[in-house]
Structure formats: structure tokens, C-alpha cells
Design a protein around this ligand. Structure first.
Ligand SMILES: Cc1cc2nc3c(=O)[nH]c(=O)nc-3n(C[C@H](O)[C@H](O)[C@H](O)COP(=O)(O)O)c2cc1C
Length: 186
């Protein structure tokens, strides 16, 4: 069995982001079954076709990371019933052609989606918008299971750290399903 590489993309730049904490928990649950890293992209510019060629160094770096990953795992917050603009900007950059005869970076990339909110929605509406976009980009989205976690505040320890007393089992199930999903495609 090939050792797969999962690249997590968190749609929040906030230091204490619940979605980042969710990604870190997913990393723990993946354990030694796969390589797992989080894409750092707070330094990329806003998409502007005037600076697209040659691509900025930060864009070259994230392209290399996405290219070398077998799968992407998107952890998205919900902003106004949508996924955040930083994630849209990142996906816009990654959607662009890299060079002549180079395949699109995102097409056919196995992709999972998870999200957590302090409120009731659990990011379900944002995830639906995200699926519309990543389907356009021909990414290979695992629709079942997706993970939507509401009421983040009720799943913290005394220091305010996310521990998912109620939802951890769902994250474990999604992790198992995603590893199988990716393994069936590499
Ligand atoms: C601009 C903005 C819009 C938001 N809109 C929503 C929303 O539509 N639904 C929701 O559940 N939470 C909404 N929130 C609250 C976020 O879910 C909350 O701030 C969450 O902690 C952000 O994710 P993070 O912890 O990963 O940074 C919004 C927050 C911001 C900053």
C-alpha cells in the first residue's frame, strides 16, 4: 500500500481557529497511517492577473505543496453562509494553469471537507457553496461523509481548547473513510 500524503487547507487565518484545531485533531487521528501537513498560505497575495506571470514565490511554494499531495482536506469556517474569502482566493490561484502542457493542479485531487462553527450551522451552507466551486474545478470530492460540527463552545476543555467531547467519533469515521477513499485512487 502506498503511503499517502494529505495536505490540509484551513479556511481561517486566525491563530486560535477552531477549524485549525479541528485539522490538528484530524492529524492526530490519522496518526502514522499517512503523512499529514497543514498548508500555510497567509503570505499569498490577492489574485491579480497583473502579477500572475511570473508567479510570486509564495504561489510557487503552495503549488509545489499541492502537486506533491495525494489528497486535500479542506477545513472551512462559515462566513455569512459562505466559505471565507481567503479560501476562495487560494483556490482561485490554484485553479490557474501553471505552464504549457502542465495538467491542472486541482483536477481529480481526492478532497474531503469538514468544518466547525460556534453557532448552529456547523458550516453546512458554506460547504455546499464550496462543493459547487470544487466540482467546477473537477476535484474528486468525497461527499459522504462530510463533517459539520455546530456549537464549538460546548466542546472545549477548561482552557478553551477544542477537544470534541461529542463529535470526535464523527471525525474518526470521516478520517477512516477518507484514508480508504484516497487509497482506492492512488
Ligand atoms: C465575517 C464573518 C461572518 C460570519 N458568518 C457566520 C455564518 O454565516 N454562520 C456561522 O455559523 N458563523 C459565522 N461567523 C462566525 C464564525 O463561525 C466564527 O467566527 C468561527 O470561529 C470562525 O472559524 P475559526 O474559528 O476557524 O476562525 C462569522 C464570522 C465572521 C468573521
Amino acid at each position: 500500500m502506498k503511503r499517502i500524503k494529505i495536505l490540509a487547507i484551513v479556511g481561517s487565518l486566525r491563530k486560535d481557529s477552531y477549524n485549525r484545531q479541528l485539522a490538528l485533531m484530524a492529524h492526530d487521528i490519522v496518526g502514522d497511517r499517512a503523512d499529514f501537513s497543514i498548508l500555510e498560505y497567509s503570505d499569498i497575495p490577492m489574485m491579480n492577473q497583473d502579477i500572475e506571470f511570473p508567479a510570486p514565490e509564495s504561489i510557487k511554494r503552495i503549488r509545489d505543496e499541492v502537486l506533491s499531495a495525494d489528497a486535500l482536506w479542506l477545513f472551512t469556517p462559515e462566513y455569512n453562509h459562505y466559505f471565507p474569502g481567503v479560501l476562495k482566493n487560494l483556490l482561485d490561484w490554484l485553479s490557474r494553469p501553471v505552464g504549457e502542457n502542465q495538467p491542472p493542479l486541482l483536477a481529480n485531487k481526492p478532497t474531503a471537507i469538514s468544518g466547525i462553527t460556534p453557532g448552529m450551522s456547523g458550516t453546512a451552507i458554506a460547504q455546499d457553496h464550496l462543493v459547487t466551486l470544487i466540482s467546477l474545478l473537477n476535484m474528486d470530492v468525497m461527499n459522504m461523509p462530510r463533517l459539520t460540527i455546530p456549537n464549538a463552545m460546548k466542546q472545549l476543555d477548561d482552557d478553551g481548547k477544542l477537544i470534541l467531547q461529542k463529535s470526535k467519533g464523527y471525525l474518526e469515521k470521516q478520517t477512516d473513510a477518507f484514508i480508504d477513499y484516497v487509497q482506492s485512487r492512488v
